[in-house]
Design a protein around this ligand. Structure first.
Ligand code: NAD
Length: 476
């Protein structure tokens, strides 16, 4: 069977074949794991130009240099980190044996086994990274895999699928393309692990389907990532870094800053520094190749209608750069929505596009209470130099990850877990945690030759001394 599956009907037999191969070949050597990872690295090195062109076409405007940084180099970093650190992750871990078996020669260790076949469903906003970064962990753990790219970036999916077909046996890695129906059928298969990156709403459905087969899931979801600007922050620098982060991928990033909380008296200096940076990065909108387009008309009108609704409900909206909305195309200036009503859509839904909410506050404690009233965010950002306040904010909030004095950066940490919590997801990939996520940590106990239980009166028929001996051990 080719590695580029042409219909969902091919998936079930392929999974059965992958399961047979897993059973037949047993554990997967470090050499084979590295070969598989290396084949993906080679694919990216050889196909990066075609992939960047496809992403540019799929977005209707995404700078190839940005695609190389975000998707190609982002994936390569995960793959190389896994390849180069696998030797440290893989060895069995000796564990402390319980007394008195430790004295009698008992041994115990944890070994990290491949789970089997991992299904990986990706998004359009990072159409390679959301497939290949988890694949690094899945391959490092010795698994086989099947990818399901987003149908919203079909050209990228096609280039990737053909490139995989040319390099992989479907027993190791396969791809199936398609939309919601394919995604639903995919999530209903008896994988040994399923990774889903996407929206929280679809994540719920994925988990329900996976539950039918008791398939463990890693859910990399979205949400509204808040930013707290402390009174102790360097306001122009915080605004500059946030503007850079918000412009990244046209705001279409799962950890994009969504709501910024600014001290009430610092709002104007913050806004003016933010707009100055954003407008310097993107001085024009229409035809500006540096500005990533909104992916499609549906998402464009979704974001615009959230902004329009907030404006109709009385919120002030600033545009950066200060130009009118283009008549055509899907590039838009950034809309900064000031103090929208709490129940407006822009305050309730993940923005995931060229808009940002700015709210003012008096007390950081109120900001933290408001954040804690909502769903657990994927990312939280704190800008400031007040170490006591910083620690207090960290201690009183929970989010997938945190960057202090910048935004997005923690996701670039290959040597640390990336993932959400609560409504922003569960499980991790990246680094050793990704390897562990896709492995089965199997405890092995090797019994000593001598079994003391009969001699110590621990076996039935139980005598009074046995109960007394048990009681004697119950202590604090
Ligand atoms: P989406 O949930 O609409 O789709 C994601 C994938 O699921 C696509 O491959 C799609 O074909 C498939 N799909 C859609 N509906 C399905 C269904 N009912 N059953 C099975 N599969 C289905 O998400 P999207 O629009 O592609 O991506 C945007 C969302 O992803 C945002 O919420 C964003 O925050 C999130 N995201 C999260 C991360 C992360 O690492 N946490 C990264 C990127 C994007």
């Amino acid at each position: 069977m080719g590695a580029y599956l042409q219909s969902i009907e091919q998936l079930k037999p392929l999974l059965a074949e992958q399961r047979n191969a897993t059973n037949l070949h047993g554990d997967v050597s470090i050499e084979i794991r590295k070969q598989r990872i290396q084949a993906v690295i080679d694919l990216l090195v050889e196909e990066h130009e075609a992939l960047a062109r496809a992403m540019d076409a799929d977005f209707g405007g995404r700078h190839p240099g940005f695609s190389l940084m975000n998707d190609v180099l982002g994936s390569l970093t995960s793959l190389k980190h896994a390849r180069d650190n696998l030797a440290h992750w893989l060895p069995n871990q000796a564990r402390q044996v319980f007394a008195p078996y430790d004295q009698l020669g008992g041994e115990a260790w944890v070994q990290f086994h491949p789970k089997g076949s991992v299904g990986i469903i990706g998004t359009w906003n990072a159409p390679l990274f959301t497939l290949l970064s988890p694949l690094a962990g899945a391959f490092a753990a010795g698994n086989r895999a099947v990818l399901k790219p987003s149908e919203i970036t079909p050209r990228t999916a096609e280039v990737l699928a053909k490139a995989i077909d040319a390099r992989f046996d479907s027993l190791e890695l396969a791809v199936i393309c398609g939309g919601v129906e394919v995604g639903q059928a995919f999530a209903s298969q008896p994988f040994d692990h399923l990774v889903f990156t996407g929206s929280t709403a679809v994540g719920r459905d994925i988990m329900r389907r996976a539950a039918e087969n008791l398939v463990p899931v890693t859910l990399e979801l979205g949400g509204k990532s808040p930013v707290i600007i402390s009174r102790s922050a360097d306001i122009p620098e915080a605004a500059r870094r946030l503007a850079i982060a918000k412009g990244t991928n046209g705001g279409q990033i799962c950890i994009s800053p969504d709501i910024v909380y600014v001290p009430v008296e610092l709002r104007e200096p913050f806004l003016s520094a933010f707009c100055a940076t954003y407008s310097a990065l993107y001085p024009s909108v229409e035809g500006n190749a540096d500005l990533v387009s909104v992916i499609n008309p549906q998402h464009y009108s979704r974001v615009q209608s959230c902004i329009d609704q907030a404006e109709e409900q009385g919120a002030e909206v600033l545009r950066c750069p200060d130009v009118s909305m283009p008549a055509s195309g899907r590039r838009a200036p950034l809309s900064i929505v000031l103090n929208p009503p709490r129940l407006s859509r822009i305050m309730q839904e993940e923005i995931f596009g060229p808009a940002l909410v700015v709210l003012t506050y008096q007390e950081v404690a109120h900001v933290v209470s408001e954040i804690n009233l909502g769903q657990r965010p994927l990312a939280l950002y704190y800008f400031g130099t007040d170490a006591v306040e910083q620690d207090w904010v960290l201690a009183h909030t929970l989010s997938g990850g945190v960057t202090i004095n910048d935004a997005l950066m923690h996701a670039a940490m290959e040597d640390a877990p990336f993932g959400g919590v609560g409504a922003s997801g569960m499980g991790h990939y990246h680094g050793r945690e990704g390897f562990v996520e896709f492995s089965h940590a199997r405890t092995v106990f090797k019994a000593p030759a001598y079994d003391p239980r009969a001699e110590w009166g621990m076996l039935a028929p139980y005598h009074a001394e046995f109960s007394e001996a048990m009681k004697a051990q119950i202590c604090r």
